[in-house]
Design a protein around this ligand. Structure first.
Ligand SMILES: [Zn+2]
Ligand SMILES: [Zn+2]
Length: 306
């Protein structure tokens, strides 16, 4: 079963500091990858993290504030220099086509591979055979979208002992059964996959929510996800400022996690006013204990469901 990993390439807000680069999260499933946001310096952080974008399928941009998109031209340019030639989907609010066109006209960026533009206003702006990206609106100072990576349900676990007890010879027949195909044995018996596979397992899910004020539909949008990555720009003493600037506090992020019944909360998009993340962590954990504050280059595994 493929590993699902979340790598934080940038965890700060507004501007990079020596401790925190700005918004960018890489998700990788097996050899495939998706980026959420692409703040300034993302390509350098990707190198530091050992993240190889050779099978990058999609970059999902939440909104057009610089701390979420200023790294995109550099990232695309470097991928081209590194020999990337496969198409990449760019999911974003409307306007990216114009931005790319200006970059081309001014010779700032000539992408070496095809870029397919997808409108983030669609419910499912991008999908492969194995997973899809869902989108939902957020409440910020300009059009902004949250994203949800949802893996397809996985086949049940293969019961090796039972397969052997049934007299199925080891080898290619095991693989066929694991892929959901029936097999015929030399003695004429037919074995169906249900005889040796457990119940299907729920696919994994990761939601990416930044930048936003608390909004009424958010809890439903991220209901039951395994991991909720949510902005926590401020501590709750700055709730008014957060609201004015279209952001959430750590407490508000934790309330979403609690009300939506998510597995784990990872806070990001931390204001430059916090050199240490402890105040954010402490107040969020009081509401939702299974919380961490991401640091740059942190990697989290999302385990398969039993
Ligand atoms: Zn931001
Ligand atoms: Zn913003």
């Amino acid at each position: 079963m493929s590993e699902l990993k979340i790598t934080f390439l940038g965890t700060g807000s507004a501007r990079p500091t020596p401790q925190r680069s700005v918004a960018c999260v890489a998700l990788s499933l097996g050899g495939e990858a998706v980026l959420f946001d692409c703040g300034e310096g993302a390509q350098l952080q990707a190198t530091r993290a050992g993240f190889k974008p050779s099978r990058l399928h999609a970059v999902c941009i939440t909104h057009f504030h610089g701390d979420h998109i200023n790294g995109l031209p550099g990232f695309i340019g470097t991928m081209g220099l590194n020999g990337h030639r496969d198409r990449v989907a760019l999911v974003s609010p409307r306007g990216l086509r114009r931005y790319l066109q200006v970059l081309r006209e001014l010779s700032i960026l000539h992408p070496a591979f095809p870029l397919d533009l997808h409108d983030a206003a669609q419910d499912v702006p991008f999908a492969t055979d194995d997973w899809r990206i869902e989108s939902f609106p957020l409440d910020h100072r300009l059009p902004c979208h949250g994203y949800l990576f949802r893996e397809k349900d996985l086949p049940g676990r293969f019961d090796l002992e039972h397969a052997i007890a049934l007299g199925i010879p080891r080898g290619p027949l095991f693989g066929k059964l694991q892929r959901g195909e029936s097999v015929r044995l030399d003695d004429g018996r037919t074995i169906s996959p249900e005889q040796v596979l457990g119940l299907p397992r729920r696919g994994r899910s990761v939601a990416y929510v930044t930048d936003t004020r608390p909004c009424s539909h958010l809890v439903e949008a991220v209901r039951g996800v395994d991991v909720l990555i949510h902005e926590a720009t401020y501590t709750h003493e700055f709730a008014d400022l957060a609201n004015e600037r279209g952001h959430s506090t750590a407490v508000q992020a934790a309330e979403v996690a609690r009300d939506a019944g998510v597995g784990r909360l990872i806070l990001t998009h931390v204001s430059t006013r916090y050199v240490r993340a402890r105040p954010l962590l402490r107040e969020a954990q009081a509401v939702f204990p299974n919380t961490v504050v991401a640091r740059d280059l942190d990697v989290f595994d999302v385990p398969v469901h039993d």
